[in-house]
Design a protein around this ligand. Structure first.
Ligand SMILES: *Cc1c(COP(=O)(O)O)cnc(C)c1O
Ligand code: SF4
Length: 465
């Protein structure tokens, strides 16, 4: 009997039943009635691009979030359904041709892999830079880059309730024997936290850890509570489930147990932070989202919000200020605005740093100090999280003013530095030091820290979940 069972709320039931999660992928999206009435070119683009980039939607996204009278502009349609310009024209045509002549599944797969190889800017191996070790054994499910916070990728949480089209984490599917694998990983996690007393935060990320059943998530979290680690202050869970499947916390069969688990964390004196990924105000406005937020907060957990800034989805100040205001209204804490990283379809989503800063500033100016807990726009780059503070003129030169919010070396944090103004720059890599300097202040040290692995190696699996 769960402490939260009394909250089971039948007003969210459909025909007397808890809403059932149903996915839409390339295999069955044709069956969505609203899809059938879309123009042929939009449907063909879904087929072509969906064979290359990840595509998964679900019944909540399709029925509650997307406004089908506003296609193709609808932001959630853009966020979850493949769009023609996500591929460069020559890649699009390459796949379109195979599909038009009725290529076999093997041919389609081969073509897709060929295109993906050209898109993926971070071949396997670059992750190793931040993979921590326990004794001399690497822990593949972990990444530790910033002193206080270790990331943990539970093996069972490597998928999501729907896929964001800008995300480049190719989903890995759940294997059998879940609990056994989880048990081994949890042991390593506890061992690592014991040996590294500087770590105060463990951040569960993925994919989306909230795709796990409560008992699986519990099998990771309970050992942490039982271990009584004096250094562990904050457990964070990155998730898009509040936007993509809020029933998780309200009507799903184990929703009461999930809330129980959260309460056990907060009762133990550890801060539980849900790092919620919201990309657009629409995701906040459903009753089921509000209820999920309310229930999570009633466990004593805090919800902090973050999202990348994305062309076609949330590329204006009003969208962000509305989002932050509504989040605060529901009791959440705006946390980060990210600049979209180098994903397979970056050209489609890119916003130059100058414009990103203007959008941030325009939104920040419209909200009270209560919502100004948000920081951004920020790039999660190899050396750290770099915030664009703005464009300014110093000694007659137009420059970007930047600072680290997180650094591979904590000493870099909160020290302003300058780059030449370039209206087209979209990432740290595109920038050059201002005032004729040869390099940025951190570069020598970073080269040593990253073991000569190049300056672009970063945690591409970590996005915002
Ligand atoms: C963003 C990030 C974190 C968390 O940073 P906070 O600023 O504490 O939220 C931890 N590890 C990595 C690799 C990150 O990118
Ligand atoms: S951004 Fe998050 S929710 Fe979206 S597909 Fe990537 S990991 Fe999943």
């Amino acid at each position: 009997m769960s402490y939260f069972d009394f909250q089971t709320n039948e007003s969210f039931f459909v025909n007397g039943q808890a809403p059932k999660y149903k996915t839409y992928t390339l295999r069955n999206y044709h069956k969505i009635p609203q899809i059938r009435s879309l123009p042929e070119d939009i449907r063909f683009a879904i087929e072509v691009v969906g064979n290359v980039l990840p595509f998964k939607a679900n019944n909540y996204v399709v029925e509650e979030l997307i406004d089908w009278d506003n296609i193709p502009d609808d932001p959630i349609f853009q966020l979850t359904f493949p769009q023609k310009t996500m591929l460069k024209p020559h890649h699009f045509n390459q796949m379109a041709e195979v599909i038009r002549y009725g290529g076999s599944p093997a041919e389609i797969r081969e073509t897709a892999n060929d295109i993906r190889m050209q898109l993926n800017p971070h071949p396997a191996g670059q992750l190793e830079e931040n993979t921590p070790k326990l004794g001399c054994e690497a822990i593949p499910g972990m990444q530790h880059k910033y002193q206080e916070t270790a990331l943990f990728f539970p093996g069972q949480g490597q998928t999501c309730h729907a896929y964001c089209t800008f995300c480049f984490r190719w989903p890995q599917f759940v294997g059998i024997d879940e609990l056994k694998i989880a048990g081994k990983e949890a042991e390593q996690l506890v061992g690592y936290l014991r040996e590294n007393p500087q770590v105060t935060d463990i951040l569960f990320t993925g994919g989306d850890p909230m795709v796990m059943k409560t008992r699986v998530l519990a099998s990771y979290i309970e050992p942490l509570l039982e271990a009584g680690l004096p250094n562990l202050r904050n457990i964070r869970i990155g998730t898009k489930s509040l936007a993509y499947w809020p029933y998780k916390f309200v009507t799903d069969r184990d929703s009461g147990e999930m809330l129980d688990l959260m309460k056990r964390v907060t009762d133990s004196g550890i801060h539980l932070a849900i790092m919620a990924h919201y990309s657009h105000p629409v995701e906040l406005e459903t009753d089921i989202n509000r209820e999920a937020v309310h229930r999570i907060r009633s466990t004593g957990a805090q919800i902090r919000t973050q999202s990348p800034l994305l062309r076609h989805i949330n590329d204006n100040s009003d969208t962000w200020s509305e989002m932050w205001r509504e989040q605060v209204k529901q009791g959440m804490i705006p946390y980060y605005m990210f600049i979209v990283r180098d994903t397979g379809a970056r050209h489609h989503f890119d916003i130059p740093l100058d414009e990103a800063w203007k959008i941030f500033r325009g939104a920040y100016q419209q909200v009270s100090g209560i919502a100004r807990t948000v920081r951004g726009p920020s790039m999660s780059a190899g050396p750290g999280k770099v915030q664009v503070l703005g464009v300014s003129e110093v000694a007659g030169e137009e420059v970007y003013v930047l600072r680290f919010l997180q650094g591979r070396n904590p000493d870099w944090v909160a020290r302003p530095f300058f780059a030449k103004y370039d209206p087209e720059a979209v990432w740290l890599d595109d920038l050059e030091p201002a005032f004729g300097e040869e390099q940025f202040f951190f570069e020598d040290e970073y080269a040593v820290l990253s073991n000569g692995n190049g300056h672009n190696a970063d945690e591409f699996r970590f996005l915002d979940n």
